[in-house]
Design a protein. Structure first.
Length: 159
């Protein structure tokens, strides 16, 4: 599935290939939700939130882990909620998260220092499989020239 973006200058580009996390600027593969929208999501693709840029997506993941729902959970319990067994290999996810961060599974997310939480966010990004694809600018048609009711040329935005 490709994702189409329009930047602040009106330029249009498409992201294709790579992982869903990369195409959606969503390193945590957060589902489309009210929370994701409140954190800056601009759309959805395949049920997952699409963010305008990588940093916004990363900040949304960090914000999720700071919510009341997550900060009272241990790393083990947070993984069960974040990557439930019906969709993920939860035990392997938790084992790898602990290995990547050096944290114990009994540590509560709310007890983490900011750098430790950043390490958890980075580990989740790695476990979610962020892999770059191709970003291709699209030509924007801004007008058409017609003769006798037929289009004979297009005016393109070359900026």
């Amino acid at each position: 599935m490709d994702v189409l973006y329009t930047d602040d200058a009106g330029k249009v580009f498409v992201r294709h290939g790579g992982s869903r996390a990369w195409r959606n600027n969503n390193p945590g593969n957060l589902r489309k939700s009210t929370f994701a929208t409140e954190q800056g999501a601009i759309g959805e693709a395949g049920g997952f939130a699409v963010f305008p840029d990588y940093q916004t997506g990363r900040q949304a993941l960090k914000a999720l882990l700071k919510t009341e729902t997550y900060k009272t959970l241990t790393i083990e319990d947070a993984v069960k909620r974040y990557a439930p067994p019906k969709e993920n290999a939860t035990h392997a996810y938790a084992r790898n998260l602990k290995k990547l961060t050096g944290l114990e599974g009994t540590t509560k997310l709310g007890d983490l220092k900011d750098l430790q939480l950043d390490a958890v966010v980075s580990a989740i990004e790695k476990l979610e499989g962020t892999m770059a694809g191709t970003e291709t600018p699209l030509i924007k048609i801004v007008g058409a020239i017609s003769e006798h009711g037929r289009i004979v040329a297009y005016e393109l935005d070359d900026g």
